[in-house]
Design a protein around this ligand. Structure first.
Ligand SMILES: *[C@@H]1O[C@H](CO)[C@@H](O)[C@H](O)[C@H]1NC(C)=O
Ligand SMILES: *[C@@H]1O[C@H](CO)[C@@H](O)[C@H](O)[C@H]1NC(C)=O
Ligand SMILES: *[C@@H]1O[C@H](CO)[C@@H](O)[C@H](O)[C@H]1NC(C)=O
Length: 479
């Protein structure tokens, strides 16, 4: 997760204007989108837009404000009012971990908590993404302090609650807090979003047994942490709380706006050169072997052959890979493109650069493929985002996906690894040939999101964890 790095809004500059016009003014929406150069070709969405919080008002520069959560008496986090919370992030980027912590910062600000943010690793050069994210926080009243120095230590000592985000953030305790570590630990909540092997290092997590609690995004990941810390490191996890994530109100707003969805769909499809009736199967994830785009393309190719071999009458099917970055994963990216060329499926496969704005793609595709390999996703937020758009999910039977997708009801699961290639190909054909089933699964997915994967569900879950952690910290302070 730490390596997911920067993604950029990549989209044609017209859509945000259309979208603003369409969405109700009473609530929400989106960042700010500043269109840069404009060069559209039929094979991919082209314009690179950057996120910034600098207000530019003009045709080219559309700023749309994210409204903060309206405080209602029923807000489950309201007991956090006036509490001082220190959030410690290993980095500040557009990847999942830091963005989640920022969401928590805003939820806490929404109920009047005092929130201080520290970023441990910062590039030495000024970075536009960091600048923009920091300003977004400052705008919402979050205080941003340097990670090192007396101010950081004093805040940690004074805070009612300290949230360490990701395993790597543990390094901050020894390098900055030093001899005061034992005083801080009883009020630390450690939020963990990763499960790759290299995070299980004593230098990161040796204080883990002594914190007030750990919060983890899925049961599978929590189990895995319990096993690994015990077996590899000989340490015991603290009280561990599983908190499934929820969709933001902004995302739900678009997902439930049929007019906006239709406009986005037409627009993206036009720029990809696909027709309204064509079926789009998409993986939306940073391109890397762990996310399984290579195996997905193999399945996709097999499904084309199955359709041809059985002479099935289906609309033309396309594979969309959102999350490319030719600069970074060159070898893997090249491998994917070679596969496409060798098998002559260029017309059916579309690569799209990394983007933070997934809504236009979710509005345009017909099926989300979540093909993460090995232990799968820790949670996999794109899965609940896709379900909000009434999309069925074809997912690997691993990690958080198994806690989100109900096999046979909201999607179909296949195994990880090579043995999952054929089942995924069959599932692609199943959903391509059976319109009714596809749409029903999408609806069931949406219902599941409404039942348990909304922002308020996440707030409620987080609130009950924070309550317990605060109680423990207070007991500790008075004992
Ligand atoms: C995608 O990203 C690559 C590398 O960052 C860049 O060279 C290319 O122009 C981008 N493509 C589009 C369509 O924006
Ligand atoms: C954890 O270990 C137990 C027994 O040692 C095993 O049954 C379980 O599958 C393991 N869970 C994970 C997620 O590795
Ligand atoms: C998912 O359900 C189908 C039947 O609908 C079954 O054939 C398949 O084995 C299940 N897959 C997993 C991974 O549970």
């Amino acid at each position: 997760m730490a390596k997911q790095s920067t993604s950029w809004l990549t989209f044609h500059k017209r859509w945000p204007l259309l979208l603003v016009a369409l969405l109700s003014t009473s609530t929400v929406i989106v960042l700010l989108i500043r269109a840069a150069s404009d060069s559209c070709n039929t094979n991919s969405v082209t314009t690179t837009t950057t996120i910034t919080t600098t207000p530019h008002y003009s045709y080219e520069n559309t700023r749309i404000q994210v409204t903060s959560q309206v405080e209602t008496p029923s807000n489950p986090l309201r007991f956090m009012k006036s509490k001082l919370v220190l959030l410690v992030s290993h980095e500040l980027s557009l990847s999942g971990g830091p963005l989640l912590l920022m969401e928590l910062a805003f939820l806490l600000r929404g109920v009047g908590a005092e929130v201080v943010w520290l970023t441990i690793q910062k590039p030495t050069d000024s970075d536009e993404v960091i600048y923009s994210l920091e300003h977004r926080m400052l705008d919402r009243g979050v205080k941003v302090f340097p990670a090192k120095g007396q101010e950081a230590i004093d805040t940690a000592l004074k805070a009612d609650l300290v949230v360490l985000n990701t395993a790597v953030a543990g390094k901050w305790l020894d390098s900055v807090v030093k001899e005061n570590v034992p005083r801080i630990l009883p009020k630390v909540l450690w939020w963990i979003h990763e499960m790759r092997g290299h995070y299980f290092k004593l230098e990161y997590v040796k204080h883990l047994p002594y914190v007030a609690g750990a919060m983890i995004d899925s049961h599978t990941t929590a189990e895995y942490w319990k096993n690994r810390t015990r077996e590899r490191l000989g340490i015991k996890m603290p009280e561990t709380y599983v908190v499934h994530l929820g969709n933001s109100k902004e995302l739900m707003e678009i997902a439930e706006n049929n007019v906006a969805k239709r406009v986005l769909r037409e627009h993206v499809r036009e720029s990809l050169g696909v027709r309204n009736e064509d079926l789009l199967f998409a993986v939306i994830n940073s391109v890397s072997r762990g996310k399984g785009q290579d195996l997905f393309l193999r399945s996709f190719y097999q499904s084309l052959q199955l359709i041809k071999g059985r002479k099935l009458q289906v609309p033309s099917i396309h594979a969309v890979i959102v999350g490319s970055d030719m600069n970074a994963q060159t070898k893997f990216e090249t491998e994917l493109r070679n596969f496409v060329v060798e098998n002559k499926i260029q017309d059916q496969v579309h690569f799209i650069n990394k983007t933070l704005t997934v809504a236009p793609y979710l509005a345009s595709i017909d099926v989300l493929v979540q093909n993460s390999q090995a232990r799968g996703e820790c949670f996999g937020r794109i899965t609940i985002e896709a379900m909000a758009f009434q999309l069925p999910v074809l997912g690997t039977a691993a990690g958080g996906t198994t806690e989100i997708v109900v096999n046979g009801t909201t999607g179909l699961l296949h195994n990880v690894g090579k043995e999952g290639v054929k089942p995924l190909a069959n599932n692609i054909v199943k959903l391509a040939t059976n319109v009714e089933r596809r749409l029903t699964m999408g609806k069931r997915g949406y219902e599941r999101v409404k039942e348990r994967f909304l922002e308020h569900h996440m707030s409620e879950r987080i609130a009950s964890v924070l309550k317990e952690v605060l109680k423990k910290a207070e007991n500790h302070a008075f004992s």
